[in-house]
Write a protein that binds this ligand. Structure first.
Ligand SMILES: O=C(O)C(=O)C[C@]1(C(=O)O)C=C[C@@H](O)C=C1
Length: 357
């Protein structure tokens, strides 16, 4: 087949794809109308996962699983916008890893609200300025983002979904020679994650490490200030046009961050693989066995705990704690309900959502 013929066939398939996509959107619109009349939520991550799993199994062509996901996540994002345009708030500025996480789930077509702090994301979702918020929860090298965890306890919001993102840091600067660099901007967590690189290249401590709110703000500063550099994402360096001098400078190439999509709604149905997040306000944790008994309730029911993190209660000068707890399963599962009933109002369920591994 010559080029002309190949392109003719591609054109004809594209015509079919377009008409099929439009037909699909017709049904999506009808689903949207149903949901509006029943006052249920538009975003159904468990349904999207079901579609992706089914297509993944069905697929015997050239497309990889991640290619199918990329194409269909964009289709879902367009579909959701057709059902009801929903604004998504994320921790900015543009080019942050949170931006990347938001786009990976809500696509390039959604309307985004870029906000400067985690607190402001929670506020935007709480007041309805945004339907969803995307916030970092934990990094597999550094642990939890305290502000997110504490706000989850404080506010009446829920977790709709989680997103896992591989974090690759670059070293970006307009200065070709490292000796010209006097200041390096980044997030404090990123300095720690790139400590080996910093020690190796800036061992004499003649540079100042200046923490800022986000790695994309760091890229912006590296763009405007001479004698400076940024440790930031590729997407941020590209956004501000700062050349990346060294790539992948993190201590670990297994570096991943987990983000949460928060919303007011709490309606995810069960999928094949769910995770549930709860806040456990255990009574008097200074008494022997209180935490043990609580954990035993999970053990006895064969529920796999995936995380338990203590956080300060901040009550006077005492050292007392509450717990951020995650486990496999859905909050509607019988054994989970038994535990929730046993502890009553001491437990707050933040959400059950599709587990990403
Ligand atoms: O099935 C639904 O509930 C839909 O709204 C349709 C659809 C889709 O495009 O397939 C769109 C958005 C939801 O997040 C899940 C699936």
């Amino acid at each position: 087949m010559d080029l002309q013929e190949l392109r003719k066939r591609i054109d004809s398939l594209d015509n079919e794809l377009l008409s099929l996509l439009n037909e699909r959107m017709g049904y999506v619109k009808a689903v949207g109308e149903l949901k509006r009349s029943q006052k249920t939520v538009i975003y159904r991550p468990e349904r999207e996962k079901q579609i992706l799993d089914r297509l993944g199994k069905l697929n015997d062509g050239l497309l990889s699983r991640s290619a199918i996901e990329a194409i269909f996540l964009e289709i879902f994002a367009v579909a959701r916008n057709l059902e009801l345009p929903e604004r998504i708030a994320y921790l900015g500025p543009e080019g942050s890893f949170t931006h990347q996480a938001a786009e990976s789930r809500f696509g390039g077509m959604s309307e985004y609200l870029v906000l400067p702090t985690i607190h402001s994301i929670f506020d935007a979702v709480e007041t309805g300025r945004a339907r969803f918020g995307v916030v970092p929860l934990e990094n597999n090298q550094e642990g939890m983002v305290g502000e997110t965890v504490d706000l989850l306890r404080e506010k009446e919001l829920h977790i709709a979904a989680e997103v896992l993102l591989s974090i690759h840091f670059g070293f970006a600067s307009f200065n070709d020679s490292l000796t010209q660099i006097r200041r390096i901007y980044s997030k404090d967590i990123a300095f720690r994650q790139c400590s080996t690189f910093l020690r190796e290249y800036f061992e004499d401590n003649r540079v100042e490490l200046i923490p800022v709110e986000s790695t994309s703000k760091a890229a912006k500063l590296a763009f405007t200030e001479p004698e400076s550099a940024a440790i930031c994402s590729h997407i941020a360096a590209r956004l501000y046009g700062v050349p990346v001098l060294f790539d992948n400078i993190g201590n670990s190439d297994q570096n991943r961050t987990r983000f949460l999509i928060i919303s007011k709604d709490f309606q995810n149905q069960k999928s094949q693989a769910d995770k549930t997040t709860i806040i456990a306000n255990l009574p008097n944790t200074n008494k022997p066995g209180v935490l043990f008994d609580f954990l035993k309730d999970f053990y006895d029911r064969g529920i796999n705990l995936t995380k338990i993190e203590s956080r300060p209660l901040r009550q006077g000068s005492s050292f007392r704690y509450w717990f951020f707890v995650e486990f496999e399963g859905h909050y509607e599962d019988g054994p989970v309900q038994e535990i929730l009933k046993k502890y009553g109002s001491l437990m707050k369920v933040l959400g059950s959502y599709v587990r990403i591994s």
